[in-house]
Design a protein around this ligand. Structure first.
Ligand code: FAD
Length: 423
């Protein structure tokens, strides 16, 4: 439970017990691998990335070595072939030990999940699909053979990342590729990813109109002329994500930079909405970590702290019971949502996906806050992981396109209106 400091033999139980939750063999194996990796490798290093607001480069070297960078690359193309749910469960185990690593790893993995398993559910004519598979192979080979890291800078500071208007970053077709112009904010892995997987709008000569249907998903090489990283990074939490700003000025990328064919991202966003829950596994892990820490601390078992037991006080027991109830509620809803992810979900499934995203993000923060209050003053010292968990968990509700607020907006509207209804 919680981040096991180096040298401790303790093995944490799984967040989702494989037998109880009827996990597949692959899910059981991947989550066990992630848990072991999290305890031994991620947890002891997590305080450093947080303190320095530095990118966890050595974690990525280790993840390249153990195959985790290719977790969602199809097995026939050399990856571990994890599907959506297997990825989510694995990411939750990593988030339990280092939020910033799990969150940035999510950006990387989505560049393979969205171009891999997810696109198999989308419509493309035969020639387009063959071309897509040829192209994604280039990206997969970079990851599998060179340890390349991909990021996902979508946000621009306006309504585009919320999914309501077209992206302001543009791509203009030129012979052999595209020229990209624009600016992204909160670009996790800025300066550290090898490729920035940007969303931008294709613009054509003489056309003013910009449409979300023309969204392109392009991998821009980190060192391409015209790419710059700007601004500082000194945030409340998730400090190791290094989410600085990216500027693209007349950046040429070749045609094979396209991670999806034209029109496919729009189809994915409308037909496969669960693609937007992929930020939540990190916070599911943080919710578990807050609970883990509390149990261990109140039992007087956190290494490096005096063996003072606090578990005999009724108020502590009540707080733990309330945390347990909230954690189990969160797990149950989230597990259902990630289990039913797929193309063309029903209205009920989409409402549940928003409810699950909202619940995980809000409850992770609430559990961490309760853990601080319950464990008491000494537990929030920076020598212990709880205050980092608390700050990291606070960031979940802000993540577009499904911020906690936007989930509430959409649930309220969609629950009350059927398609085409207005007042
Ligand atoms: C640690 C961290 C890492 C991040 N990493 C990435 C990353 O790698 N890639 C990435 O693309 N983004 C990333 N983000 C950005 C994140 O997803 C948001 O885009 C960002 O926090 C938005 O900041 P903002 O102040 O512009 O938000 P807001 O002002 O809350 O939202 C931006 C816009 O969305 C619309 N909007 C927001 N709320 C509502 C509402 N209730 N109703 C209607 N419209 C609304 C509005 O147009 C608003 O101007 C990261 C954020 C954090 C905190």
């Amino acid at each position: 439970m919680g981040a096991a400091p180096p040298g401790t033999a303790r093995t944490d139980p799984p967040i989702f017990d494989p037998a109880a939750f009827r996990l597949t063999e692959q899910e059981a194996a991947l989550t066990a691998q992630a848990r072991a990796f999290g305890q031994v490798v991620l947890a002891p290093r997590a305080a450093r990335w947080d303190r320095e607001a530095s990118f966890p480069t050595s974690n990525y070297h280790d993840m390249a070595a153990n195959g985790l960078l290719g977790i969602c690359i199809p097995a026939e193309e050399g990856g571990l072939g994890a599907g959506y749910r297997a990825y989510c469960l694995t990411a939750a185990e990593l988030g339990r030990y280092c939020g910033a690593t799990a969150l940035t790893w999510n950006m990387h993995v989505c560049s393979t999940l969205w171009t891999g398993a997810l696109t198999e559910d989308l419509e493309m004519d035969t020639a387009t699909r063959a071309e897509h598979r040829r192209r994604r192979r280039i990206h997969y080979d970079r990851i599998l053979q060179g340890g390349a890291i991909y990021s996902q800078p979508f946000s621009e500071g306006g309504a585009a990342a919320a999914g309501t208007v077209a992206f302001g970053t543009t791509a203009r077709r030129v012979p052999g590729g595209f020229v990209v112009n624009g600016r992204k904010i909160f670009a996790s892995l800025a300066g550290h990813a090898d490729y920035y997987g940007i969303l931008c709008t294709e613009v054509r000569e003489g056309e003013d109109r910009r449409s979300r249907r023309d969204t392109l998903y392009l991998a821009v090489p980190k060192d391409a002329p015209g790419v710059t990283v700007e601004g500082d990074w000194d945030p409340l939490g998730m400090r190791g994500t290094v989410s600085r700003n990216l500027v693209f000025q007349e950046v040429f990328v070749e045609e094979d930079a396209a991670l999806m064919p034209p029109g496919l991202y729009f189809q994915a966003a409308t037909r496969w909405p669960h693609m937007f829950i992929t930020l939540s596994p990190t916070y599911m892990g943080l919710a578990q970590a807050a609970y883990d820490f509390t149990l261990r601390y109140l039992r007087g078992e956190w290494p490096g702290t005096p063996p003072v037991k606090r578990r005999m006080y009724p108020t502590k027991q009540i707080a733990v019971a309330e945390m347990h109830v909230m954690l189990e509620q969160t797990k149950a809803l989230w597990f259902q949502a990630i289990t039913e992810a797929g193309p063309d979900p029903t209205k009920e499934q989409v409402l549940r996906a928003w409810a699950a995203q909202h619940t995980v993000m809000e409850n992770a923060a609430a559990l961490a806050a309760k853990a601080v209050r319950t464990c008491g003053g000494q537990a929030m010292l920076k020598s212990l992981p709880l205050e980092r968990i608390y700050r990291d968990a606070r960031c979940g509700s802000l993540m577009l396109p499904w911020t906690a607020e936007l989930c509430i907006d959409r649930i309220g509207r969609e629950a009350l209106y059927e398609k085409g209804e207005t007042d």
